[in-house]
Design a protein around this ligand. Structure first.
Ligand code: XMP
Length: 514
């Protein structure tokens, strides 16, 4: 455990993870737990401060998510955000009701008291842009609280207790649209909780090494190594902790890109001292995917297939108790089933796991975002070429072929994908964008080549800019680059007569098509 932690209780908001990230950007460690975290466990974590996140529910709903009110007895500072603010009011004796007018989007905040959360800012008539998203509002403030800021529709946009370190904000300080969000969070963690800016990647490495050693003891660990940034950094991290107790396994699932398995193995054997077993399971995976067009079913079959192979290998090695995976924070968030809402997708290394598995999981990057993982990788001494690879999903080309996966469709997509990568690299755009790749659509369209009619496949090009894959914009690639990619694919890849460019952002789309 880190010496100073801001603990976030998650009530299901889409922006909860941003709270953690904003705090960690200030070099203070922050961890997210579900709102159901038992009080005894919360006490053990000895947080320097607690944040109650936003969420989609209403506090007066019968089945409203409620955290243990005992957390207000610990003498630890608490900040409630949106739903968390309303819950704080309700649990401490105030009243929350449905607002006549929902407040959604930008609002002008007028600060009444430039102290505490608003220390260093200016009081009204100055005003600041904040971001609201709520349908309920506080009607009666809990005893002991006073208003510290308001907006046109929220007379209690911010509140603080007069004698205890509790504050509440109706708006979301964690989102970029709240221009003073960082000031507010800084005031909370440094001013109110008394944290120091001491959390660095080096301290993350030290505490993770310690935690992995304590968990693993003298057992053996296997690590699934795809060659992507996440699994490479995971392996390096675990290797730092337990050295030769770690064995890495690279599975060629037949859904990799052209020459990918070969170059990944070459890299690890030449450039690192990790022990890597390689397994060719191309036929096995293609068999499993035969006739399957549903994207979630494909993901599950690929995920289970991986686990079957890992379990077989673990048996051969003997004494293996753990499987290490490069699960990142966004994977965890998007696979959460919150109060019956369908998960967005089953990331193969999270939701796609069978319920019963012989191996226990170790996921040392579970709390990190991609850019933090890259920073960690460099800190661990991995070469830039391994760290600045674009992300590639665990289920590989399996989810970039819409509909059924077949050897012929894989051939088409692989050839198109190589062209995209070559052109992106050559033009210097590869490292400027988050991800760029080809997708094979399950339709054919009419074209004309030479003097004859063709009826062939369509390739979609997807390229996005993003900071952490939680949100993304389509990349504004130069037309001549797009033109070159299109011409080359249509000329060089047999079976394709049309190329389109995807201009959707996330949300409401996602990065992968599936
Ligand atoms: P989406 O499509 O959800 O993708 O916007 C977000 C990011 O996650 C990658 N991705 C995956 N990575 N296993 C992974 O390791 C998966 O199952 C998976 N699905 C999506 C995707 O490439 C993008 O970078």
């Amino acid at each position: 455990m880190h010496s100073q932690t801001i603990l976030i209780l998650d009530f299901g908001s889409q922006t909860t993870q941003l709270i953690a990230r904003r705090i960690r950007e200030q070099k203070v460690y922050s961890e997210i737990h579900p709102y159901t975290l038992p009080l005894a466990r919360l006490k053990e974590l000895r947080p320097a401060g607690i944040i109650l996140s936003g969420g989609p529910a209403s506090v007066y709903d019968e089945d409203a998510p409620i955290s243990d009110p005992g957390l207000f007895e610990l003498g630890v500072p608490v900040l409630g955000i949106c739903y968390g603010a309303q819950l704080m009011m309700q649990q401490l004796g105030g009243r929350v009701e449905r607002a006549e007018k929902r407040e959604f989007g930008k609002a002008e905040l007028r600060i009444r008291e430039a102290e505490g959360l608003f220390s260093g800012l200016e009081t009204a008539p100055s005003h600041y842009q904040v971001w609201m998203s709520h349908g309920d509002r506080v009607e009666e403030v809990a005893p002991g609280f006073i208003t510290t800021a308001d907006t046109e529709h929220s007379p209690f946009a911010a509140l603080r207790h007069q004698g205890k370190p509790f504050s509440a904000v109706q708006f979301h300080p964690e989102v970029a649209h709240t221009l003073i969000g960082t000031d507010i969070l800084r005031n909370f963690i440094f001013g109110i909780c008394g944290c120091e800016a001491a959390w660095t990647m080096q301290s993350f490495i030290e505490s993770t090494v310690e935690a992995v050693r304590a968990k693993v003891g003298s057992d053996r660990v296997i690590c699934a190594l795809s060659g992507g940034v996440d699994s490479t950094v995971t392996a390096a991290m675990i290797h730092r902790a337990i050295g030769s107790q770690l064995t890495c396994i690279h599975v060629n699932n037949g859904l990799m890109r052209t020459n990918e398995s070969e170059s990944v193995l070459h890299f690890f054997r030449e450039r690192t001292d990790l022990e890597v077993i390689d397994i060719n399971a191309e036929v096995y995976f293609l068999e499993r995917l035969k006739g399957i067009a549903d994207p979630e079913e494909k993901r599950k079959r690929i995920g289970y297939g991986f686990i079957e192979i890992f379990e077989q290998e673990a048996k051969k090695l003997g004494q293996v108790k753990y499987l290490a995976q490069g699960t990142l924070y966004p994977d965890v968030i998007e696979s959460v089933v919150f109060r019956g809402k369908a998960p967005i997708k089953s990331h193969h290394n999270v939701g796609g796991l069978p319920e019963r598995m012989d191996l226990a999981l170790i996921e040392p990057l579970r709390e990190l975002f991609k850019d933090e993982v890259r920073e960690l990788g460099l800190e661990l001494g991995l070469p830039e070429e391994a760290i600045f690879r674009q992300p590639f999903p665990g289920p590989g080309l399996g989810i970039r072929i819409m509909g059924e996966v077949s050897a012929e469709r894989l051939r088409i997509l692989r050839q198109a994908d190589v062209i995209v990568l070559e052109e992106m690299k050559q033009s210097g755009w590869y490292r400027k964008v988050w991800q760029s790749f080809a997708v094979l659509l399950p339709i054919q369209t009419v074209g004309v080549m030479g003097d004859s009619r063709t009826y062939e496949h369509v390739i979609a090009i997807r390229s996005v800019d993003s900071r952490d894959a939680m949100t993304a914009d389509w990349s504004q690639l130069p037309y001549d680059l797009l033109g070159r990619i299109s011409t080359r694919i249509i000329n060089e890849v047999r079976g394709v007569n049309r190329v389109v460019y995807d201009i959707s952002s996330k949300p409401p789309s996602t990065i992968e098509w599936e």
